[in-house]
Design a protein around this ligand. Sequence first.
Ligand code: GDP
Length: 188
Amino acid sequence: SWSSSDSVISADSAGEAAEPGSPYRVVLLGASGVGKTAFASIFAGAADSMDSDDCELYEMCENMIEVDGEPASVTLLDTWDAEECYMQTGDAFLLLYSITDRASFLRASELRITLRRFRPAQHTPIILVGNKCDLVRRREVSVSEGRACAAVFDCKFIETSAAMEHNVWEAFHGIVRQLRLRRDSKEA
Ligand code: GDP
């Protein structure tokens, strides 16, 4: 049930960008080895900062990207082991698994459930990302399983290949679109 204090808490901790124009905090979640670092390096590469100090170890990188003709400031956070603290601070989440690793798919489900515990009662943008789709012969998770899982978890779904740079920007753009929709619906 909704009490007034609940809504105050969710307004404050909803991960809303603090002020207009402040960066969206997009968090990479997923088991080790699924491609989070590869995603972060592609993201950082657009800022031409592959080997600069701006993105130390790609742990955190801010970048201005253009989505639908409009610039968006995005801070990408790679979670390493401290997933739960990022769950509280992120505005949106890319939940990665590897299509070649069923255990990572199960891990993504666990993370989704944990996320729901940290972020109840709000529509947090999440995209379930099946990475390594270039490794067709090693596939352990089908496209339809990924899609079905996303439907159950009420999030979007995309398959990507960080190695081929296939669909990675679509994932980043998709999460910004969801953040904008959410912002616009709050302003309305
Ligand atoms: P992380 O532990 O989630 O940060 O995973 P990494 O980004 O370090 O990736 C783990 C390994 O998978 C590395 O050897 C990457 O080069 C490789 N990798 C990441 N994404 C892809 C992909 O889309 N396709 C293929 N074939 N390999 C990938």
